[in-house]
Design a binder for this molecule. Structure first.
Ligand SMILES: [Zn+2]
Length: 148
């Protein structure tokens, strides 16, 4: 345990989450560590300040101000509403560009009737990859010859 652990315990004690055995450990550390005592004092002060705050309901004028601000009509102009369409337009552009690029990549790497496993070197994902014991057994059971 280092000072970071003890400082975590200080905050846990403030929340009432520390059992008696760990409380004793914390007190023993605080008796010999001045830096953690400073931290403990700051935590106590912050907790006391927080507890002294009173909860207030916002005055009704704030809500009226927000409604008045939000309800205002947008500025009129040629490009006044462009932001509303910018994100969907960008998303559609990226989607279309991705489909086009994917099609191009597929045509250049696979050819018109290409085999994806062979083109991308994914033979090892097959049930019995080439060169595996399974491939050897299957070819033996099928009566075929191995290629070795
Ligand atoms: Zn310490």
């Amino acid at each position: 345990m280092d000072c970071t652990d003890y400082r975590m315990m200080v905050t846990m004690r403030e929340d009432g989450e520390l059992g008696p055995d760990r409380l004793a450990m914390l007190d023993a550390h605080l008796s010999v560590c001045g830096a953690c005592r400073v931290f403990e004092a700051a935590v106590r002060e912050t907790t006391a300040l927080h507890a002294s705050l009173v909860e207030m309901a916002p005055p009704p004028s704030i809500l009226e101000g927000v409604i008045a601000e939000v309800g205002r009509p947008a500025r009129a102009g040629l490009f006044a509403g462009w932001r509303r369409f910018a994100v969907p337009a960008a998303a559609i552009f990226v989607l279309v560009a991705g489909v086009i690029a994917g099609g191009q990549i597929g045509r250049t790497t696979l050819g018109a009737d290409g085999d994806a496993d062979a083109s991308f070197g994914l033979e090892y994902l097959e049930e019995y990859p080439p060169g595996s014991v399974g491939d050897l057994v299957v070819s033996y059971l099928e009566g075929g010859e191995t290629d070795e």
